[in-house]
Structure formats: C-alpha cells, structure tokens
Design a protein around this ligand. Structure first.
Ligand code: BCO
Length: 565
C-alpha cells in the first residue's frame, strides 16, 4: 500500500518517494506533477533521512551568523524537529487553520526559516515582507490579504500596533523576540513548550503556498500567489544548473527575506539540492563586513544584486582571500559588463547573471558551463520557451527589440504564479495571445542570448527593487508642499537606476530652500512607505508634461533623464 507520505510513485511494485531526478523530469515536462506535494515533507524530511544514513555530508542545512559572535547551525534533522514544534505553535495557541494567510515580516533571523517551514507543514499561506515596510504598507497588506496572523520582530511592533484596530480579520500577533509584550504571543516561549510531534499536511501540488506583493505602474502592489509546486519543485533546475549546487555547497544569498529571491536562493533551490543556506544578519549592508564574511566562512556560492557587486568592486578585492568561493551569481536588475569584468579581474571568478520575476521565477540565466556574453542575461531556461514578441503577440526575429514573453501551452506552466489574488483583470492582462508578457523589453541574438533593454511600463528597478511610481507619488502628495508629482527612473552608476521625483510645489513652499525641502520630502516618503522607494533625486518644476486629457507623461521625463530623444 502507498505510504502515508505525499508525493510517491510506484516503482517495481514498491511505493518510493519522488527523487531530485523526478523533480527535474517534471521541470523538463517529461513527467507530470504529483497530485500532492509538500516541500517540508517531501524534500526537507527526505534530506533529514539522508543525513541519518550518511547519504548527505554532515554540513548544516542552515548556518546563520550576525557578526556579534552569535551563530546557529541546524541540520535538516534539527530544522525538521524545530519546525514541527513551530507548526504546533501556529495551529494550537495561534489557532490558525490550513489556507489561512500569515504575514511574515522578519529580518534575516533563523526564526524566519522556522516559520515558513512551519507554514508549509500546516498548509498556511505565508506572505513575506521586508522589515522596511511602514505602518501604511502593513495595513494595506493585512487588509488586502485578510491575513489571520502577523509574525514579526520588535522593531515592527509600533507600526503594527498603530494599525491593528483597522484589521478585523487579524486574530493573532506572534512576536519573535526575547521580550514579552502584552497582546502578542511569544514565539520563543510557545516553541519551548510546543509538542514535538506534528504530522505534515498532504497539500495538493497546486494548493497555495505563498503570496508575494509586487509593484506595478498603477495602484498598490498586487498579490502574486504561488502554489506548493511552483516554488517547491519549480526551482530544481535553477538550483542544479544556474546555482550549480551540490549537497556539499554553502550558498550565501544576500536578498532580504521579503523578496522572492530569498525564497529562490535561501530556501527552495538550495534545499532541493540538499545544500547549506548561509545567512548573515547585517543591520545595514556594509562592504567590509561582507568581504570579511567571505574570507571567514566556507561559502562556496554567492548570489547578490548587481548593486552589491558595483559597491564591492570599488574596494581593493585583491586584498581578500575568499575561503572557498567558487561560483558567483547575480540578478534582480541588469548587470553592466564593466562590473562583470572588474569582478573577474579582481577575484578570478565569473559572474553568472540570471533574470526573473516574482511571478514566474527564473526566466533566463547564464548557466554553469555556458559561454558568458558580457551584458547578456543568458539563455531562456526550462521549462520556459522565452521569446521576444511585438504588441500583437507575434514572435520577433533575432536582433529585433520587443517584449520578453513566455509561451503558454494549453495548461499554465506549473511554476507560474497562480494569479494576482482578487485581481482577475490584472492576471488576465499578463497574457497576450499565446504568451505571458513580462513587462520587460529586450532583444534575443542569433545565438539565443537575451539582452535586457528596459521596462515596457513605468516600473523602476533600483538596486534590485521593483518600485511602482504610483506608490511614491501617493506618498509625496500627502506632503503639503506637493501639488503633484511624477516619479520616474534616472540613471545611477551604483544602483543602476534610482527613483527621481519631479515635483510641482504649492504656493506657500515655492520660495522654500530647495535642499532643505528635498531632504524633508525624502524623509517624508521614508516614513510613509518602505524607505527603499524614497526618491534619491528630486527636481522642482513649474509644471509636468501632460497629454491633452491631462494624463502625466512620465515617459517624456524618463527619456529626458536617460538622454533619449
Ligand atoms: O541609502 P540611504 O542610506 O540613503 O537609504 C537607505 C536606508 O538608509 C534607508 N532606510 C532603511 N531603513 C530605514 C531607512 N530610512 C529611514 N528609516 C528606516 N527605518 O532607506 C534606504 C534603503 O535602501 P537600500 O535598501 O537600498 O539600502 P542599502 O543599505 O543601500 O542596501 C544596498 C543593497 C544593494 C544591499 C540593497 O539595495 C539590496 O538589498 N538590494 C537588492 C534587493 C533585492 O534583493 N531584490 C530582489 C527582488 S526579487 C527579484 O528581483 C525577482 C528575481 C527572480
């Protein structure tokens, strides 16, 4: 009879768990998805078993440091037993039920991994968010998602407490902190007394697993929902061929826990391959600490935004002897060929760029062993058929610029996001003819390499962040000095592009000191919405370019910034 697990297949009259090769075959469309799949039960617990039998080297599954001599090393076995206890915390004292949504706003601390694995074990839908989110951002997320629970740390308490009365669906607040707080459950305390036994739920392969909030040109961020298999199986090829991971590797993926890149590099791709996730909880990014970390720990694989590499190549990298580093990756924004070259000259290592999106994961990559064309994002990766299309959904030939798109077959690729929750119009708008459109413009060359050109819409990609102009304009208009504004991208040597605001001032502020007012507006935006979105450049103008119907022409301002006619 079939064992009580989830994703097994019948082989030689025996039921055996699906292996990494089976997951690879699913990604290559050579076999179908299992009916049920649960990453915790079907992947993590399998590695835990292999640890016991010696089929996996005795390196940690999670290795966390904070630069203050605190260190956590968990094997898959320890991660398993702690996350089972955490699962019991979520279901029993917190009263959460399968399918409930949980906002997880935590810095890079070990509990982030425990909570999301616990959500997997219990079938809860986790919604990661950066700790840079402000009260207004959190309010929007909790209300839009009807979240039942928020899990956060001390620094976010004031923001949550200021808006919680406006969130009728929220029934539990769980605090990850050594200190207790009235009105909050203490995660640490509950974890200590939670039962060790927990039976992982048999989630369906296409049951929701996570929701990521993602910015667009208009409106508030959309809720991109991913299934158990889109995240849990969909990163098999990414881990094996782009990240080039084996179970003996240690990968440091820098991304904040709020972004899908953390899920890709610090959870799914890595743990599918049984490799070790390394994390350094730095209060702020600091290049010296970063480089010291690479010299101190046996990190084999590094993944970071191009902005980080641009910051690092300002340093004399030859002074550093990296302990074990052998493979470096980048993504989230375009990498300039000069940085790739400088990194290679100074460290002797190539930089393998990948390109992807919150909605669909990795689309193109320079995979290990493939010739790198500096400035290109590499070739399309399986299971996707990546093409450049025109506005009517026709495929364009090599060398022609158009929109980067993924061919849709009769069924939606399993590694796609399922939908923008409660937003069928926006979900439908991602489809043009037989293609999913990324909103990015690019060119494919005759060798099948893709070259990024820019966004097809007004979204700004700065330091790897996807920033909606509307969100920044909405924050600016709250300030009494601002009559109206237009927010566009502007080139920047370190951050690729930055947010620039063109502002029309109200009469009382027209004679204000421009430097002081700029700082005031920047500070205002940082308080109103997550600070990474603040306009690093501000220009005061008499009026904004508009169409005859009065719509602001952001493209005119953007083209001017980029020196385009
Ligand atoms: O640079 P400033 O100091 O002027 O401003 C910074 C912070 O100081 C400021 N800030 C942060 N918290 C604040 C605050 N200000 C007031 N109050 C607070 N509580 O806000 C600005 C934030 O900018 P930042 O985050 O870029 O900071 P930083 O230190 O310059 O970090 C540089 C990077 C490169 C480490 C950072 O930008 C970064 O992590 N970028 C990568 C983002 C990323 O991971 N993207 C991937 C998205 S997923 C994806 O692309 C899909 C791919 C498949």
């Amino acid at each position: 009879t079939k064992p009580s697990g989830r994703c097994f297949h019948r082989d030689h009259q025996l039921w055996v768990p699906l292996t990494l090769d089976d997951f690879e075959a699913i990604n290559r469309c050579e076999r179908s998805l299992p009916k049920n799949f649960n990453f915790a039960g079907d992947v993590l617990d399998q590695w835990s078993r292999k640890e016991k039998t010696g089929e996996r080297p005795a390196s940690p599954a999670l290795w966390w440091v904070n630069g203050k001599e605190d260190e956590v090393k968990w094997s898959f076995g320890e991660l398993g037993s702690l996350s089972r206890k955490a699962a019991n915390v979520l279901t029993k004292p917190c009263g959460l039920e399968r399918g409930d949504r949980v906002a997880v706003i935590l810095p890079r601390i070990p509990e982030w991994w425990l909570i999301i694995v616990a959500c997997m074990r219990t079938g809860l839908v986790f919604m990661p968010g950066t700790t840079q989110l402000t009260a207004k951002d959190i309010l929007y997320r909790l209300r839009a998602s009807k979240a039942k629970c928020i899990v956060t740390s001390e620094e976010v308490i004031p923001a949550v407490e200021s808006i919680v009365s406006e969130c009728p669906d929220l029934k539990t607040k769980l605090l990850v902190s050594p200190h207790n707080r009235s009105g909050w459950h203490s995660f640490q305390e509950l974890l200590q007394t939670a039962p060790a036994e927990h039976s992982c739920v048999e989630t369906g392969s296409q049951e929701p697993m996570a929701i990521y909030f993602t910015s667009g040109t208009t409106g508030s961020p959309k809720m991109a929902q991913h299934s158990q298999s889109s995240l849990g199986i969909g990163y098999t090829l990414c881990g094996r061929y782009w990240l080039d991971l084996k179970s003996s590797d240690v990968i440091w993926n820098m991304s904040d826990t709020g972004w899908i890149k953390a899920a890709i590099g610090s959870v799914f791709s890595t743990w599918l391959q049984g490799a070790c996730v390394f994390a350094h909880q730095m209060a702020h990014f600091d290049a010296d600490t970063f480089l010291d970390t690479l010299t101190t720990y046996p990190i084999t694989t590094l993944c970071s935004a191009p902005t980080v590499y641009r910051m690092l190549v300002q340093k004399d990298l030859k002074r550093y002897k990296f302990k074990k580093l052998r493979h470096c990756l980048t993504g989230g924004e375009p990498l300039n060929p000069e940085v790739l070259e400088q990194w290679k000259v100074q460290t002797g290592l190539e930089l393998y760029e990948g390109y992807g999106q919150t909605e669909v994961g990795i689309i193109c990559a320079n995979q290990k062993g493939q010739e790198i064309k500096p400035g290109s994002m590499g070739k399309g990766v399986l299971p996707y058929d990546v093409q450049i299309i025109d506005e009517n959904g026709n495929i364009l030939p090599p060398g022609k610029e158009g929109e980067i798109a993924l061919r849709l077959t009769s069924t939606r690729p399993f590694c796609f996001f399922s939908e923008y929750v409660d937003n069928p119009e926006k979900t439908a708008a991602t489809v043009r003819g037989n293609f999913y459109v990324t909103g990015d413009r690019g060119v494919m060359d005759s060798d099948g390499y893709f070259w990024f050109v820019g966004r097809a819409d007004d979204v700004i990609i700065s330091s790897g962040y996807r920033i909606g102009p509307f969100e920044v304009e909405s924050a600016l208009i709250e300030h009494p000095a601002v009559v109206e504004s237009a927010v566009v991208s502007s080139p920047d040597p370190i951050r690729g592009e930055v947010v620039k605001a063109f502002v029309v001032l109200s009469a009382p502020f027209k004679s204000a000191n421009p430097e002081k007012l700029t700082l005031e507006l920047q500070d205002h935006v940082k308080k109103s919405t997550a600070p990474y979105k603040y306009p690093r450049k501000v220009e005061f103008v008499q009026e904004l370019p508009k169409t005859i119907t009065g719509k602001i022409k952001r493209n005119v301002l953007r083209d001017h910034e980029w020196g385009r006619t």
